[in-house]
Design a protein around this ligand. Structure first.
Ligand code: CA2
Length: 146
């Protein structure tokens, strides 16, 4: 991906609560720190990021739908909507931008209901269970992508 490529980074419900509890699952980084880290990693890779968080499925669908006119790729952690939302899967398919799925925790090592990722079906790469470093890995993947 060219220098200066524009990446939309989407975070789903309750990720704004990062750092407030469950550190054994999600680590100690809070959401504001995560945003700063993503901005720093992106700057090092000469990528531009717009980082958004919402608790509302429709916001994610609308932002993904509008993304092709303003962005070159999407990084998405749909949080709990990962496991339920065919609307987000359809929006990602329709947007047809390169998309990368990130999960802080290992969704395959937790409850059975977290093992299905609908959104992940529309993503070409997945960083799952690497903590917040998964966002850095997703940015690196996109920076090296043709
Ligand atoms: O591991 C991930 O990144 C998840 O997307 C996080 C979601 C969860 O529903 C997914 O199954 C996996 C939960 C996000 C809420 O995170 C919190 C962190 C700390 C305190 C409260 C919520």
């Amino acid at each position: 991906m060219n220098k200066g490529s524009r990446i939309l980074v989407l975070n789903g419900p309750n990720l704004n609560l990062l750092g407030s509890r469950d550190p054994e699952i999600y680590g100690c980084t809070d959401y504001d720190e995560l945003v700063e880290m993503i901005e720093r990693w992106a700057a090092e890779l000469e990528l531009t990021v717009d980082i958004r968080q919402t608790n509302h499925e429709g916001d994610l669908v609308d932002w993904i739908g509008a993304a092709p006119s303003s962005f070159d790729a999407i990084i998405i952690n749909p949080a709990a909507y990962t496991h339920t939302s065919i609307a987000i899967l359809d929006a990602l398919d329709a947007a047809a931008l390169p998309a990368v799925e990130v999960h802080i925790s290992d969704i395959y090592a937790r409850e059975e209901f977290r093992r299905i990722s609908y959104a992940g079906l529309a993503c070409e790469e997945h960083y799952i269970g690497y903590g917040v470093d998964g966002y850095r890995m997703a940015l690196l993947y996109l920076s090296e992508r043709q």
